[in-house]
Every structure is written in C-alpha cells, then in structure tokens.
Write a protein that binds this ligand. Structure first.
Ligand code: NAD
Ligand code: IPM
Ligand code: MN
Length: 349
C-alpha cells in the first residue's frame, strides 16, 4: 500500500472544527483504497503563540516540509486582541508556509452547485477557477515606514513581480485553460499599476501565442468585480496577482453560496515541496466554538488534495458526496459535525 504523509494544521477559531470533519471525510473516502494516510498534527496558530511565543519555528518548517501534503484549517486570532499585538500569525505562519514551500499557484475553484443558496437571482452556470499568484505581489513584505506615528509618516508596501514568478503561474493557468473551456482572463489594474500591469500583460501575450486555442481577454480588477456578480458565467480561468486574487475569491465564494463552501489549494506544481490545502475562509472568531461553521470548504479542500495526490476516484467521490449534500440542504441549518457526518454517510452508502 502507498503511504501518504499528511501534515494537519487545524489552527485557530473554527479551524479545528472544520478540520475534524475534513479528516472524517478523508478517512471515509480512502477506507477501501490502497493508500494509507500517516497523519501528523501540528499545533500552530494564535493559540500556540499565546502559549509559547512561537509562530513557526525552523524546526516546525523542516518537519512540515517532510510531508507529502498539508491540510490547514484556518489561522489567526480575534482581530484586535491586544495579546497578539506583536504577533503576525498571518505573515509569520500562513504566508511563511506559502513562501517557503514555494506555493506559487494558489488555486481557487468556484462552482455554483445545484441547491446552493447563492445571493444572485439569475446566476446562470458558474464554474471558474482563479489562479492566484502565491509568492509575490504586494504580499512579499517589501516595505517599511519612516517617521512612524507622526503627521509626516510615509508607509510603503511595494509589489514585487518577477518575470520568472509571473511566467510560471501564467503557464500553469494556460495549461489549466487547455483542459477546461479554453478561456483565460487576465485580471489586473494596468491602467494605474503600469509597471506591474505591463509585465503581466506582456507575459500573458507571449504565453498566449503558444496557446492559439485559448481565448484570452483582460479585465481591470474593478470591472471584474462587476462581472463576477452580473455575469459570472463569462469566466473560465482567471489569472491574477496575489492581492487581486485574494479579494476576488472571497467575492467568488459569496456568489457561489457562501464562503463556507470555498476550497483552495496552495500548489507547488514542481513537487519539490508539499502542497497545502485549506478553505478560503479564515478562523471566523465570531462563530468559533459554536458548531456553526460550514465544514464544506475544508471537505472540498480534501477533494483538491486527493486530486493533487493522483487519487482521482477518491476525489470524485468526495465531490459528489458534497454535491448531493448541498442539493439536499434546503434551508436547514445543521451543526458543523452533522454536515460532516451526512457527507461521510453518503460516501459509505
Ligand atoms: P473570516 O473568513 O474568518 O470570516 C468572515 C465571515 O465569514 C465571518 O462572518 C465568518 O463567521 C464567516 N465564515 C467564515 N468561514 C465560515 C464557515 N466555514 N461557515 C460559515 N461562516 C463562515 O474572515 P475575517 O473575519 O476577516 O478573519 C478572521 C481571522 O482569520 C483573521 O485573524 C484573519 O487574518 C484570519 N484569516 C485566516 C485565513 C487562513 O488561515 N487561511 C484566511 C482568512 C482570514
Ligand atoms: C486567504 C487569507 C490570507 C491571504 C491572509 C490570512 C494572509 O485572506 O487565504 O485568502 O490574504 O492570502
Ligand atoms: Mn483571503
């Protein structure tokens, strides 16, 4: 039997609640497979910081990197918690993992499943994937502030866009478009961010020449938010930078039935490092500990993980079980664990 070493990072807030359900589903989906998941749980996040002062040590990073894949719930404390004033769990943990493990593709599929309670009256078919760059852009921490706290303060946060970094994610997006409906939309803000915009547009044009079958278009990010609401069917593959991709995918989650359904993969396509799968949402302190979180995003992240590991049958079974669960929801509100149990039951049927 094949062994897969899986690192689990439940994290903070609703993270442990949704990861518990995702783990149940993973176990059920692979119960009869010739694959054994050897799981290691890492206690990381705001909770760990408050206990020990550590965010992600070098030892943690080495230990996590020795796994085949990572499943993460959510990290981050209650915004404004004074005890976390000097911690930056998001940068020091989540982004450190994405950057260190070279997760240059942040893959965020959006699909409106039949029965999902989306906010649009006539949504049409929604089935697109945002390929969000994961290691560059305004996220790199290339900035600083001077004369802090004075009326003369200057705070800079400079976006980094390398030809190497943009080209590799654009190539991934085109390859994905080839396997889908062959449509790719670059989203940026080339009218204002002229330097970053130019490198993205140039590289998209260059790679497009190698993919004559793929129809390419461009939208400014502000206009893209309009079309995500008024005509989401127009999208197949969206390729965009780290920050625009972050914002667009919360909106995409909202239009496809809620952030509780939105899954993602932080992919290192070269396979040099383990890829990391996680819901798009955060630790939701407002509903944590109350069994109110929808674990579906975490469960669909398991489907992405299985697919990434080459376990397509298992991935497909998880997705179908989720689809059936969503189709039968109506407006019933169930505790987190009951949603997980219902999906497990469908897998076992
Ligand atoms: P959030 O995604 O945690 O919550 C936004 C809203 O969505 C809240 O009302 C929340 O209750 C709701 N929500 C989120 N997940 C849900 C689910 N599964 N089911 C039902 N409702 C759900 O975003 P936020 O409030 O901006 O951030 C909270 C904390 O999480 C912050 O510390 C933030 O930095 C962190 N964060 C972490 C990640 C991550 O670990 N990947 C992602 C986003 C935010
Ligand atoms: C996400 C989150 C993270 C991001 C934060 C918590 C660093 O919002 O995964 O979408 O901005 O990428
Ligand atoms: Mn986000």
């Amino acid at each position: 039997a094949r062994t897969v070493r899986l690192a689990l990072i439940p994290g903070d807030g609703i993270g442990p609640e949704v990861v518990a359900e995702a783990e149940k589903v993973l176990d059920a989906a692979t119960a009869t497979s010739d694959v054994h998941f050897e799981k290691t749980t890492f206690s990381l996040g705001a909770g760990r910081f408050l206990d020990t002062g550590d965010t992600l040590t070098d030892d943690d990073l080495v230990a996590i990197a020795a796994h085949d894949a990572i499943l993460l719930g959510a990290v981050g404390g209650v915004p404004g918690d004074p005890r976390l004033k000097d911690a930056n769990i998001e940068r020091g943990l989540l982004l450190k993992l994405r950057f260190s493990l070279d997760h240059y593709v942040n893959l965020r599929p959006s699909k409106l499943y039949p029965g999902a309670a989306g906010p649009l009256a006539n949504p049409g078919e929604i089935d697109f994937v945002v390929v969000r760059e994961g290691t560059e852009g305004p996220y790199v921490g290339n900035g600083g502030a001077i004369r802090k706290g004075t009326p003369h303060e200057i705070a800079n946060e400079t976006s980094v866009n390398t030809a190497f970094g943009v080209e590799r994610v654009v190539r991934y997006a085109f390859a994905l478009a080839e396997r889908r409906r062959k449509k790719l939309t670059l989203v940026h803000k080339t009218n204002v961010l002229v330097h970053a915009g130019a490198i993205w547009q140039r590289i998209v044009n260059e790679v497009a020449a190698e993919h004559p079958e793929v129809a390419v278009d461009y939208l400014h990010v502000d206009a893209a938010t309009i079309f995500l609401v008024t005509n989401p069917s127009r999208f197949d593959v969206i390729v965009t930078d780290n920050l625009f991709g972050d914002i667009l995918t919360d909106l995409a989650g909202a239009v496809t039935g809620g952030i509780g359904l939105a899954a993602s993969g932080n992919i290192n396509p070269d396979g040099a490092f383990p890829s990391m799968f996680e819901p798009v949402h955060g630790s939701a302190p407002d509903i944590a500990g109350q069994q109110k979180a929808d674990p579906t995003a975490a469960i669909l992240s398991v489907a992405l993980l299985l697919d990434h590991l080459g376990l397509q049958d298992e991935a497909g079974r998880v997705t179908r079980a989720v689809e059936d669960d969503i189709a039968s929801r109506g407006d019933q509100v169930r505790p987190t664990s009951q949603i997980g149990d219902a999906i497990v039951e469908r897998l076992q049927a």
